[in-house]
Design a protein around this ligand. Structure first.
Ligand SMILES: CC(C)(COP(=O)(O)OP(=O)(O)OC[C@H]1O[C@@H](n2cnc3c(N)ncnc32)[C@H](O)[C@@H]1OP(=O)(O)O)[C@@H](O)C(=O)NCCC(=O)NCCS
Length: 203
């Protein structure tokens, strides 16, 4: 499940002394076979708006479809503020073959105390079922465990969105269970499936 603004309250702000801030300030540029994962730039607004305004893309995530390019620009400003302040944020997913931004992946929250974080992602509809989310999640998870003193990375999805669970499974996440009526989203209480990847799962 991935939100842009709505879950700010879930963010446990790291203290200024916490070195992880430097990592969130400078999210590493990552490459997969088909994607470049990089921080968002102002020039990405039109590309992001193209998929973030699609109700099908937003159906099971915690944000509503963007209503205007202005809303997308404000989302990018928020992301860039998160980078500046060293707080959890997202990479955009640039498709190597076209240079277009077709999605995003990032951290919903990060808890230094519990050494855990939650990750979420979304992708433009024409790009679904080409293995792109799997490439992005594998790369982002590897980078997070390499760059942060992380023990546990969580991901969750609406039970009606099994494709997202399959992405988690392909990336080595283990299914932990069904959380009944866990989240009120788009007018209804929904069941979500919780998955996690532990550092020890990678060893
Ligand atoms: C969910 C989402 C990220 C998947 O991205 P993707 O790039 O299509 O994912 P991948 O191609 O890497 O893998 C999808 C897998 O799900 C499978 N799948 C697709 N539809 C499915 C369904 N209805 N039921 C079960 N599995 C399904 C695919 O077959 C594939 O598995 P496979 O490689 O074993 O064949 C994408 O559909 C999306 O962005 N949706 C909108 C936003 C969203 O829901 N984000 C996740 C929030 S938790």
């Amino acid at each position: 499940m991935f939100s842009k603004f709505s879950r700010l309250l879930d963010v446990e702000p790291a203290s200024p002394a916490v070195p992880e801030r430097a990592w969130f300030c400078h999210l590493p540029r990552l490459e997969t076979r088909d994607l470049v994962l990089r921080p968002a730039a102002r020039r990405d607004a039109q590309d992001i708006y193209a998929y973030a305004s699609d109700p099908e893309v937003a159906r099971y995530v915690l944000w509503d479809p963007h209503q205007s390019l202005a809303e997308t620009r404000s989302y990018i400003r928020w992301l860039r503020r998160q980078y500046r302040e060293g707080l959890p944020s997202s990479w955009v997913l640039e498709l190597k073959s076209t240079g277009k931004v077709v999605g995003s992946i990032g951290f919903v929250w990060y808890s230094p105390l519990n050494r855990s974080a939650e990750i979420g992602y979304s992708l433009a509809r024409p790009c679904w079922n080409h293995g792109l989310a799997t490439q992005a999640l594998a790369a982002a998870s590897r980078a997070a465990f390499a760059g942060l003193p992380l023990n546990r990375l969580e991901a969750q999805h609406d039970v009606r969105n099994p494709a997202s669970g399959r992405v988690m499974e392909k990336c080595g996440f283990r299914k932990e269970g069904l959380l009944r009526s866990r989240i009120f989203n788009k007018g209804e209480l929904v069941d979500v499936v919780l998955w996690s990847l532990l550092r020890s799962d990678l060893e």
